[in-house]
Each structure stands twice: as structure tokens, then as C-alpha cells.
Ligand binder design. Structure first.
Ligand code: DER
Length: 232
């Protein structure tokens, strides 16, 4: 799987990170380290003139440890290209993101970018959302509102679960200080990601929803045989 992630990341960087691109958004998860690895390989000279905007703490550490220049989204609100991972991508380039609980800042940088590309291994390459990624739609919610939003999601037919820490007692807390609820829905509901996104986003207390609709411009998947599948 790691080789597939690396192949997808390299293909995406080679195709979308041009010498003239100066502000680059770096996403979160276990695939984006290979994105940074490939960008570093483009050389110190070209990278000396670039700024790298992170989608969270992990992404910031990745940028800093790679010796790349950290830029913040306040100074660089217009991003040339953002490359990020994904939990699942359907045939229409809709994506579930938020497996790493970073989807609020990820969506900010995705929408701020002229080009937004996702990279993943073959497990994420789907036809309809919710088939490969069965944990549900990640929903970032204010702590104060989480119980109310859980009930709202149940009334919508979801089966919401508050995301609990593994090496931490209590719920996962995002880089923004909020909770995450994972809400699986029926295949029928997941087949309409735009409608579901709009309905969840309007619930009071919801900060962001891990459904990326009409924002992914290209997706690169590394396959088990070493080939790449691209969706545009
Ligand atoms: O949270 C996210 O959307 C991340 O991009 C992440 O879930 C991607 O997963 P990966 O670790 O398989 O790259």
C-alpha cells in the first residue's frame, strides 16, 4: 500500500506542481508525506521561492521537517495548488475526507486553491461514497453542540458515533478545538453527497463536513501493480 501511495503522490506532484507555482497547500494523512518527498526532490532552488501552507499540525510538522518554508493561510489566501489525501473518491470526484479529523482546514485550502488534487492508494478509488469508507461522514462539531447534532443526525437516518481518541481518554479534539462525529448513512443517502452535505452543514453547531463536492479537480490512485489510475 505504501508503494501505491508513493506512486500516486509522485504522479500528482509531477503533473501539478510546476516551477511557477509559488504557494502550495499541503494536506494531511499518511499519503501526503510522499507529496512533500517529491516536492523536495524538485530541488532547493525552486523550493526557496515557494511557501507551503499546512492543513493542520501534522501537515505543519511535515513542512518544517522537510526544510520547506512555512506560509500561513492569512498571508497566502490564494493558493496555486493544494494536494491532499482522501478517504474515498467516487466516479464524479466527490470525496469523503476527515479520516484524520483535519477536514475543516483541508476544505479551506482546497477551496482557496486554483487547483485541488487528491492522492490515495487503490483502496480509496470508489464508484459511490460509503462503499469503501464505511466509518461514515466525518462531521466537525462544536463541543457544546455535539449531543444535539448527534440527535439531528439520527433523525436524518444516520448512525452517528462520537470519535474517541485511541491513545487519549475521551473524544478526539481537532486542531480547531472541536469534536468529530462519524455518521454512516444508507447507500441511497450517500448517493446524493451534495444534498447530504448541505443538510448536515445547516445543522447548528456543525463547523464542517467531510464531504468534498465539486472541489476535487483530479484524483490520483496508486494501484497494487504499480500503475496509476487518474480521475479528472
Ligand atoms: O483526513 C483526511 O481527509 C486525510 O486526507 C486522510 O484521511 C487521508 O488518508 P490517508 O492517510 O490514507 O492519506
Amino acid at each position: 500500500v505504501e508503494a501505491a501511495k508513493r506512486a500516486a503522490a509522485y504522479a500528482a506532484v509531477d503533473a501539478h506542481v510546476r516551477a511557477e507555482d509559488r504557494v502550495i497547500g499541503i494536506g494531511s494523512g499518511s499519503t501526503v508525506p510522499y507529496v512533500v518527498e517529491r516536492i523536495v526532490q524538485q530541488g532547493k532552488a525552486v523550493n526557496a521561492g515557494r511557501w507551503f501552507v499546512p492543513t493542520g499540525f501534522q501537515s505543519k510538522e511535515l513542512i518544517v521537517h522537510a526544510g520547506l518554508q512555512l506560509g500561513d493561510v492569512d498571508c497566502y489566501p490564494v493558493i496555486d495548488v493544494t494536494i491532499d489525501g482522501a478517504d474515498e473518491v467516487d466516479s464524479a470526484l466527490n470525496a469523503i475526507k476527515g479520516g484524520g479529523a483535519c477536514h475543516l482546514r483541508e476544505k479551506v485550502l482546497a477551496e482557496a486553491a486554483k487547483v485541488f488534487v487528491v492522492v490515495a492508494d487503490y483502496r480509496k478509488n470508489g464508484t459511490a461514497l460509503g462503499q469503501a469508507w464505511t466509518q461514515g461522514v466525518p462531521v466537525e462539531v462544536a463541543e457544546f453542540a455535539y449531543a444535539k447534532v448527534m440527535r439531528d443526525l439520527q433523525r436524518m437516518g444516520g448512525k452517528p458515533v462520537l470519535r474517541m481518541g485511541k491513545a487519549k481518554a475521551g473524544p478526539v479534539v481537532t486542531d480547531n478545538g472541536n469534536f468529530v462525529i462519524d455518521a454512516p448513512f444508507s447507500a441511497e443517502v450517500m448517493a446524493q453527497p451534495r444534498a447530504l452535505l448541505q443538510q448536515i452543514k445547516l445543522l447548528t453547531g456543525v463547523l464542517e463536513v467531510g464531504l468534498f463536492v465539486d472541489v476535487v479537480q483530479a484524483a490520483y490512485f496508486g494501484n497494487q501493480d504499480g500503475t496509476i489510475t487518474t480521475k479528472v
